[in-house]
Design a protein around this ligand. Structure first.
Ligand code: ATP
Length: 327
């Protein structure tokens, strides 16, 4: 009898989930397994929204952001009684392996589920925040960075035409990764993230001297974690006499046509996850570190907060250091 394997998406959706679903169906069939979709995350697991999937289900989805099978957060899954129902639903269909595209919360839930039910799982880190410890890359990040890049490039056009400061707020929850990489790669004048901290008042002399030398726009990239975009805009107006606008990029960062890199990473993450099951892995998260894939335990992933790479932080500290004598 063929082995049965299912996949679900949990937590925030990201671009790259659909390419992952496509690879899942095609590779599971290629490895002589029967693939199943679980619709709407852990909620669908509890409500038995578990259906066989075929090639036709994934035809044409490569180019679409979001996830065809839906994602969800589930309060019920935090209770063991509902996890028992979820396990019974999988067992009733003979499914013994489950791939979960999600964040560390989803993986903590799955670890409990595995210990109670014995049903194997492999987590694939999927969040644009790139804030999961143990992996350098989470699915969806590259597409989000591309959207932020396009947005900042367009804002720059209007900023320079109109002599304005634009404060652009990126997502990232408590992590400054999106803001840091976006600021470095878009030529921003200011980058504010929790990992670097500092006081934007320190830039006053520097920016004032740049204005007197003819600078006619500023781009400031601010992580949502700083919670100070409006304050920064007011500072530009009051302290520097520079008209300022805040642009909160918001959920546009989560959608859109998946980038080539996210399509490729989706393909590789899913391939490693399925190969891992077939090699006997029972409860792991497939991580991408130093250009290699590695299976890690849930403790490796959730026991420490994610830290942005030291080299990137050093580069950003140098790039965005106030330097009053620059002209
Ligand atoms: P994102 O990065 O998008 O927030 P996430 O997986 O971290 O993704 P969470 O909302 O933290 O998102 O978790 C998703 C779901 O995982 C929750 O709705 C819940 O069903 C389950 N979950 C989270 N933490 C636990 C836990 N400690 N025990 C059981 N289930 C959990």
């Amino acid at each position: 009898m063929k082995q049965k394997i299912a996949i679900l998406c949990s937590g925030g959706d990201v671009s790259g989930m659909n390419p992952a679903l496509k690879r899942f169906v095609e590779y599971a069939i290629a490895r002589d397994m029967e693939p199943y979709f679980v619709y709407h995350g852990f909620e669908g697991l509890i409500d038995n929204k578990i259906v066989p999937s075929t090639y036709s289900d994934v035809a044409g989805i490569m180019t679409r952001g979001g996830t065809k099978i839906g994602s969800a957060r589930s309060e019920r899954f935090k209770e063991s009684s509902y996890r028992r129902i979820a396990a019974d639903n999988l067992r009733a269909q003979g499914i013994t392996m489950l791939i979960v595209l999600g964040g560390d919360g989803s993986f903590m839930g799955m670890e409990k589920f595995y210990r109670e039910s014995g049903i194997s799982f492999c987590g694939i880190p999927s969040t644009i925040d790139n804030d999961i410890n143990g992996t350098d890359y989470c699915l969806g990040v590259d597409t989000a960075l591309g959207i932020i890049k396009n947005s900042i490039d367009q804002i720059r056009d209007t900023a320079s035409s109109f002599r304005r400061a634009f404060v652009i707020e990126t997502m990232g929850r408590n992590c400054g990764y999106l803001a840091l990489v976006s600021a470095l790669t878009s030529g921003a004048e200011l980058c504010l993230i929790p990992e670097i901290g500092g006081d934007f008042n320190d830039y006053k002399e520097d920016f004032a001297s740049q204005i007197s030398s003819g600078r006619d726009y500023f781009i400031a990239v601010v992580s949502e974690a700083m919670k100070n975009s409006d304050t920064v805009a007011e500072w530009f107006e009051k302290e520097l006499g520079f008209e300022a606008r805040v642009t909160v990029l918001g959920h546009i960062q989560r959608g859109g046509n998946p980038s080539v890199y996210d399509r490729l990473m989706a393909y590789r993450f899913v391939t490693y996850a399925i190969d891992g099951f077939l090699a006997g892995k029972t409860h792991s998260v497939i991580c991408y570190t130093k250009s290699h894939f590695a299976f890690k335990t849930i403790d490796d992933v959730v026991s420490h907060p994610y830290r942005i790479d030291d080299e990137l932080l050093t580069l950003a500290r140098e790039q965005f250091r106030p330097s009053p004598h620059r002209t």
